[in-house]
Ligand binder design. Structure first.
Ligand code: BYC
Ligand code: FE
Ligand code: FE
Length: 472
């Protein structure tokens, strides 16, 4: 029996029998999926100090306790409704938002919700082996916090599918548990979510850059004319902030430690000889996850995006900061690549909405890289990290199928093949990273050699708190 006790919620679940039955049917499959595809080796005997959302107000957020992962209380929360909310952009600008799904937009909305929903369990699958290589109990706990919240994001999308899409929605909810990250026959929908995350450098880059695509997509969905979608995604954004915190501070702590080790080893010495992660390797992983996450914003010119905007389904990040919201006769000056040369052309702004969101995303990423570089600067290092050019290593959109170096200089296929591992992680880099992560660190307060401790612990607990306990 599903109760508010078992599934914390602010959608009055107990008064909606039909929805309750649908979720009751889905929940055991979800738990089975979590056991099979969630954190491997940490299902039965580990108690994790996690926060559980029990309401949308700030106090509801601060609820910390030890739980066994499969017993986490995944809840359903919508941000409070905005009174008299109006559609903020597109052809229906100014009309009241929708509380139900209009028939003519049913397919488009379902597709957006399924695509969003698919990424959440995918990321849990990608990260399932990391626990056994953790650099500390503090990091292990953060990994699981991210994992349970991604699980909750899946619940959020399944709630929408079950509530507003009838039979089709129920089928889609099942399929969300059937596709699998990296599976040849039933892969996840978007490419970045089929890439392996084997080591903690990948994990931190993923939470920095790919969770940040989560932020930009959720910001644009939170503008939606479908009010329940807007309210669900608004609440998800508060969790996303924590995921990016984990990524940004994780890399910051690696940089800190790399600088320390470089000084010990002598500046010219290869920091790998003392077990650290060298800056070129960090840069390669940045290149990898930034470029994969650029792809997640879709093609530069997209009629899908134009239609989503026209119908008010998906807006721009911070739509209310734009002067004009109908955007019918506006143009975006876009760079194209023709016969090996860049040329700029005007594209109808509505068709360029993916690129508009990508612009916002690149700016948000760049600010994070500036913060990282301050660490290198403070240590007197001359090295700096940088975002690669947008054209570098693209698999979606007009640059896919061509080759560019990180400065955006075009390359032949032959030049690319020769040099790609100067810019992307090689097999040897992965092997090195796995070698320094082979032994997990489970002792409270101890940290792997390649990463500095955090400034402070979680929820005002000390850094050497036992964030994950083992009990038989
Ligand atoms: N990989 O017009 P196009 C998150 C397909 S992350 C594979 O370019 P559109 C999270 C596309 O489906 C946020 N295929 O694209 C982060 C289409 O296929 P069809 C996730 C791709 O539709 C970390 C074709 O290419 N949320 O939450 O304008 C951890 C041409 O389409 C890709 C969302 O994505 C790709 N990268 O835009 C956990 C929001 N890109 O029609 C969670 C919902 C495109 O030819 N999704 N294709 O079969 C959307 O808004 C849009 O679907 C996209 C694509 C922005 C992704
Ligand atoms: Fe998420
Ligand atoms: Fe996330």
């Amino acid at each position: 029996m599903i109760s508010a006790e078992k599934i914390p919620n602010n959608v009055n679940l107990s008064s909606n029998k039909r929805l309750q039955r649908a979720l009751e049917h889905w929940q055991p499959k979800y738990i089975q999926w979590w056991r099979d595809m969630g954190p491997q080796g940490f299902q039965d005997y580990h108690h994790v100090y996690v926060r559980t959302a029990i309401s949308v107000d700030p106090e509801g957020w601060a609820h910390f306790e030890y739980v066994k992962l499969p017993e986490y209380r995944w809840g359903i929360f919508l941000a409070d409704p905005t009174p008299d909310r109006r559609i903020g952009f597109g052809d229906f600008f100014g009309q009241p938002v929708w509380q139900e799904v209009p028939g003519e937009f049913r397919n488009q909305l379902r597709r957006l919700i399924v695509t969003q929903g698919d990424t959440e369990p995918a990321s849990v699958e990608q990260q399932r082996l990391l626990g056994r290589r953790c650099p500390s109990l503090y990091d292990l706990r953060n990994l699981f916090q991210v994992n349970v919240e991604e699980g909750r994001h899946l619940w959020a999308m399944v709630y929408l599918l079950h509530s507003y899409f009838g039979r089709d929605g129920r089928d889609e909810a099942e399929e969300l548990l059937e596709r699998q990250s990296g599976n040849r026959d039933k892969p996840r929908i978007l490419e970045a979510f089929n890439e392996p995350i084997d080591n903690w450098l990948d994990f931190f880059m993923f939470t920095m850059f790919t969770d940040r695509d989560g932020k930009s997509q959720l910001m644009s969905l939170s503008e939606s004319s479908l009010d329940p979608l807007s309210r669900t995604t608004r609440f998800m954004l508060t969790e996303e902030a924590h995921h990016m915190f984990v990524g940004e501070t994780g890399i910051a702590r690696i940089l800190e430690r790399t600088c320390q080790l470089m000084k010990q080893a002598g500046y010219s010495e290869d920091v790998r000889t003392v077990g650290g992660i060298d800056i070129p390797t960090i840069q390669k992983h940045l290149n990898q996850w930034f470029s994969l996450s650029l792809d997640l914003h879709g093609s530069e010119v997209s009629s899908n995006a134009a239609s989503y905007f026209a119908n008010g389904l998906k807006g721009r990040a911070k739509e209310d900061t734009f002067d004009e919201h109908i955007v019918k006769n506006a143009y975006y000056n876009m760079e194209f690549f023709e016969d090996g040369k860049p040329v700029t052309k005007d594209v109808l702004m509505r068709n360029a909405m993916n690129e508009v969101l990508r612009d916002w995303y690149v700016g948000d990423c760049a600010a994070g890289v500036v913060r990282w570089n301050r660490i290198l600067e403070a240590h007197g290092m001359s090295d700096r990290l940088a975002l690669p050019d947008r054209k570098f290593h693209r698999g979606i959109g007009m640059y896919s199928g061509f080759h560019f170096d990180p400065n955006g200089v075009p390359l032949t296929a032959e030049q690319w093949e020769k040099r790609k591992y100067d810019w992307l992680p090689s097999e040897a880099d992965s092997e090195y990273l796995l070698s320094i992560m082979a032994e997990p660190v489970y002792e409270p307060g101890r940290f792997a050699n390649y990463i500095a401790p955090p400034r402070r612990g979680v929820n005002q607990q000390p850094v050497d708190f036992e964030y994950v306990r083992t009990e038989q």
